[in-house]
Write a protein that binds this ligand. Structure first.
Ligand SMILES: *Cc1c(COP(=O)(O)O)cnc(C)c1O
Length: 433
């Protein structure tokens, strides 16, 4: 499989280059040259396959020419070690629970698959790989845990100081080994900008073998298609299925769009956001207006300039109407999110985290006008990951899973950094050297 840049379809590269580059040299995002399409009868077999078997089929269709069946089997076995159960929370509304990985959030799927692939390439290249990752919360922990202790790799996590929850912070600032956490006095967008600047810095490029692990990496996008197939296969009724995706950088939703292109019969998508409503706003007005991100209780989605939007435009050939036909966008305030969490807890005894709550609310809004559909919302994090918000909203205690408890007892270790590139470059050079 070859991959092209969204900025120039003629710039084709192979899998290892696309994965190691992360971002294309022309600042575009990589896309597969061809999206593999499964025949219709394949989908009839899905309900009898395991999650790992489905994951293997999809991975093979994308990169079967680049990696051997044996390599792919190993990658899947190490990456997909937990389930993604589909839970019916009310009639025709299902939660796809994506939080059974080591850091209790959906990013474990993409991060673990990518770290396996990159680890393999590091071995082949015989050179240390430095992985840069900007995080608004969950990416950092998923990536850091995916790479922890992997030979030939060093991870540098940038995060906005004071803007992630204590639990999130502990999951990537307490690991040690090959993981360094950089605490930036700024926003998530500042962190993302610093990473992007590092990639175009000539001096850094000469000295280090840099790669990115944000949701822009194609090796994170591919495994995120797995659970769309899996969820669909586990539905009792498979007609008119809509997916509501709580979104920030829009990697998760983009993976869903790709799953549909692969032949998965998805009727419609719902882009659900907090007040950082750049994409819902685009869908209704045809105007894409990035702006500084606003802080919310669903902070893993506080993104003012969603990077995967370039891939969405690419998938729809920049046709606004075509995108509108497939995706509806809704945004919700913190007050609405909390009201939704309360209602679901009281009526249905189901505890939503603030991100999943936005997915649920978007789905409800869509279904109220389209009641003939069956809806799945992605529950992207375990409620205990956002303990303070969930407990103060629901006025109930949430049990903390053991994985999280062990992180909480450890000591945080970070390097403080200004939001300017010179400061970051200094820190990066020292940490990577
Ligand atoms: C990252 C994240 C999101 C947003 O996912 P994108 O792919 O960036 O749109 C939603 N929920 C949680 C819990 C997250 O960590």
């Amino acid at each position: 499989m070859k991959f092209y840049s969204t900025n120039n379809q003629k710039n084709l590269v192979g899998l290892s280059e696309a994965v190691i580059n992360g971002l294309a040299p022309d600042n575009g995002l990589y896309m597969p040259e061809q999206i593999p399409v499964f025949p219709r009868d394949y989908f009839e077999t899905l309900s009898k396959k395991t999650f790992q078997e489905i994951a293997f089929d999809i991975a093979k269709a994308f990169v079967g020419e680049d990696l051997s069946a044996e390599q792919l089997k190993k990658i899947i076995e190490h990456a997909i070690t937990f389930d993604a159960p589909l839970v019916e929370v009310e009639k025709n509304i299902f939660a796809l629970e994506l939080f059974y990985g080591p850091t209790l959030a959906f990013k474990d799927f993409g991060a673990r698959f990518m770290s396996q692939v990159l680890g393999l390439f590091a071995q082949q290249q015989n050179r240390e790989i430095i992985i840069l990752v900007a995080t608004s919360g969950d990416t950092g922990s998923a990536v850091a845990n995916g790479f922890l202790g992997m030979p030939g790799t060093k991870v540098i996590v940038l995060y906005p100081s004071g803007k992630v929850s204590e639990i999130q912070e502990k999951q990537f600032t307490t690991l040690g080994k090959n993981i360094t956490a950089v605490e930036v006095s700024g926003t998530f967008d500042d962190c993302q900008r610093l990473v992007k600047q590092a990639f175009v810095d000539v001096e850094l490029k000469e000295n280090f073998f840099l790669t990115s692990a944000n949701s822009i990496n194609i090796a994170r996008l591919i495994p995120q298609t797995f659970y769309y197939f899996y969820a669909w296969s586990r539905l009792p009724k498979k007609e008119n299925v809509v997916f509501s995706v709580p979104s920030g950088n829009f990697g998760n939703l983009t993976a869903g769009l790709i799953a549909k292109k692969m032949g998965l019969p998805i009727y419609h998508f719902i882009a659900s956001t907090n007040v950082n409503d750049i994409v819902p706003h685009y869908l209704t007005t045809n105007k894409f207006l990035p702006k500084p991100s606003a802080s919310t209780i669903s902070n893993a989605m506080d993104v003012g300039n969603p990077s995967n939007f370039a891939r969405m435009l690419n998938l729809f050939h920049h046709d606004h109407e075509a995108m509108q036909n497939e995706i509806s966008g809704y945004s919700f305030t913190d007050e609405e999110t909390q009201a939704g969490m309360n209602e679901v807890f009281k009526k249905l005894k189901y505890i939503l985290d603030p991100h999943g709550a936005i997915g649920y609310l978007g789905l409800k809004k869509y279904l109220s006008a389209n009641p003939e559909n069956v809806g799945i919302f992605l529950e992207t994090a375990h409620p205990a990951k956002f303990l303070d918000v969930v407990q103060s909203t629901l006025k109930t205690e949430v049990a903390i899973p053991n994985e999280l408890k062990s992180f909480l007892s450890r000591n945080k270790k970070t390097i403080l950094c200004g939001a300017d590139f010179v400061s970051f470059k200094n820190i990066l050079s020292k940490a990577a050297g």
